[in-house]
Design a binder for this molecule. Structure first.
Ligand code: ADP
Ligand code: 5SP
Length: 477
């Protein structure tokens, strides 16, 4: 390993399945040390925030001496999760996660009560899905009023971890513009909390964190951690916003992220407002926007199919006419929170490998349908898709995206782009620079380009027709 040329910075990705930590040379972007520790997610899709903290400290400790020489740190986290803290700063209950759909009835009521989807898109920037924090708070007040009453602070996952790193008291937490835009109670139109939404769901604004401004630190590292005390803690952000930072993303380039969630997004200078709800109109971690579509069923759902079929995840076979809608967790894109998985078109000669391929196709289909919607008008249709997330390492994922998109695909050589984005944010704070520009200097988005292949229109047609025909079944609850 060559000696670092600049100060070291730490980037954290606390996502659904694990926490990953990178120690990065701020001058070159070279990764000097890394750590990873798993999370436990219950079958009900909730998670103890204390477990995220233990995973963060374990992953930091794995980084050893380089982490103890770091000059700044930032945390990116899974979006939307509802973390409720009591007066002692401890979680009142497990956090309800982004992929938990129990708040779908509350979501429906919120949409109806406040003017319908179009009014929501105009007002806060997004039509909330059952993933959004506001719907989870509404569920909590209805089903666990004692937990809601005991809550003294409401946080997103990255706010909670940033606050623990900085030793914030429960009354003085911070968040950032990107992640808070996925709450449903912060408006991209006014760049502030929406007091009307908050009062409608009975949430006191005093329980919410302060939104840290551009170039401002959230605090400094507290004593007793595997990091130097007193170094700056940057604002942090949501994991997708950090992915965009990590790629040094500029507008016109689509990103497809294949992790627990599937996401497709792009950077835009224009404020998004999609009344259909397909595209969430997030803010990015800078001063622009991050229109994004997200599916609940991506790598975990396809891995489950592989396990059911007793096959390696790469053991796919072409051919056949089977269609799989892999909605094992319900779905958000399309908006079918009560749906379960569906298999159609099975024949005597359908092979297990073809069924597995159909699961990949079903997982990628909705993301690609949203791809043009997240891009600004006039974006180059030939621009390669940047493929990131754990799934981007798999050949079957890469080939499915190529075949169903008909576009070139680029897989950055740099791995862990969310943690890298958090590291770029920490470096940006330290150096007084824009984080995405730091990542561009690190050249994080470069990698081999796979040329476009002819789009498999027949498979897309089968998927679209099955989705339309099965509508009533997929909405049943
Ligand atoms: N070599 C690989 N090939 C295909 N998929 C992979 C590979 N390695 C990891 N994965 C997938 O990546 C997923 C985890 O992706 P990741 O982006 O780390 O998730 P998250 O950020 O949601 O925790 C796993 O569910 C697994 O299916
Ligand atoms: O809900 C969304 C985006 O709106 C998800 O993308 C979460 O942010 C979870 O991310 P991963 O753990 O899959 O990276």
């Amino acid at each position: 390993m060559t000696a670092a040329e600049g100060p070291l910075v730490v980037g954290v990705d606390s996502s659904t399945q694990s926490t990953k930590v990178l120690v990065v040379d701020s001058a070159s972007g070279a990764v000097v040390a890394r750590g990873q520790a798993p999370h436990q997610v219950t079958a009900a899709h909730d998670s103890d925030p204390e477990v995220w903290w233990e995973a963060l400290t374990a992953a930091l400790a794995q980084c050893g001496e380089p982490a103890r020489r770091a000059a700044a740190v930032a945390v990116a986290g899974q979006q939307h999760g509802l973390v409720t803290l009591g007066a002692d700063g401890r979680p009142v209950r497990n956090a309800l996660l982004w992929n938990d759909t129990r708040s779908a009835p509350q979501r429906d009521r919120l949409l109806a009560d406040l003017g319908g989807p179009e009014a929501w898109a105009e007002r806060v920037g997004s039509v909330p899905a059952a993933s959004f924090t506001v719907t989870k708070w509404a569920w909590l007040t209805e089903h666990e009023p004692d937990a809601a009453a005991a809550t003294r602070a409401v946080r997103l996952p990255h706010d909670y971890l940033t606050g623990r790193l900085a030793g914030h008291p429960v009354t003085a937490g911070t968040t950032d513009r990107g992640d808070v835009s996925g709450s449903g109670w912060w408006s991209t139109a006014t760049e502030s909390y929406d007091e009307g939404v908050l009062s409608h769901v009975g949430l006191d604004p005093a329980l919410l964190p302060r939104v840290v401004g551009q170039g401002e630190a959230a605090g400094t590292v507290a004593e007793g951690l595997p990091l130097p005390a007193g170094i700056p803690v940057a604002a942090g952000t949501g994991d997708n916003m950090a992915g965009a930072l990590g790629l040094g993303l500029v507008s016109g380039t689509p990103v497809l992220s294949l992790g627990t969630s599937g996401t497709v997004y792009a950077v835009s200078e224009r404020r998004p407002s999609d009344p259909t709800g397909t595209v969430a109109g997030f803010a990015d971690a800078g001063s622009a926007f991050l229109p994004l579509a997200c599916t609940l069923n991506c790598t975990l759902a396809v891995d489950r199919f592989a396990a059911l079929l007793g096959r390696d995840r790469e053991a796919v076979e072409a051919g056949g006419e089977a269609v799989v809608l892999p909605f094992l967790d319900g779905e958000r894109t399309p908006d079918l929170p009560y749906a379960s998985g569906l298999l159609h078109g099975l024949r005597h000669d359908t092979s297990a490998g073809q069924l597995l391929q159909a699961a990949y196709d079903g997982a990628v289909f909705a993301l690609l349908k949203a791809l043009d919607l997240v891009l600004d008008e006039g974006a180059d249709p030939e621009a390669p898709i940047l493929l990131i997330g754990g799934g981007a390492r798999g050949t079957a994922w890469r080939e499915t995206v190529r075949r169903l998109s008909g576009r070139p695909v680029r897989v950055p050589v740099a791995e862990e782009l969310v943690a890298l984005g958090a590291a770029a944010q920490a470096a940006g704070l330290l150096l007084g620079r824009e984080a995405a520009a730091v990542a561009r200097d690190w050249d994080t988005a470069s990698g081999p380009s796979l040329p476009a292949v002819a789009r498999d229109e027949a498979a897309l047609e089968r998927l679209g027709a099955t989705l339309a025909d099965a509508d009533a079944l997929l909405r049943r609850h």
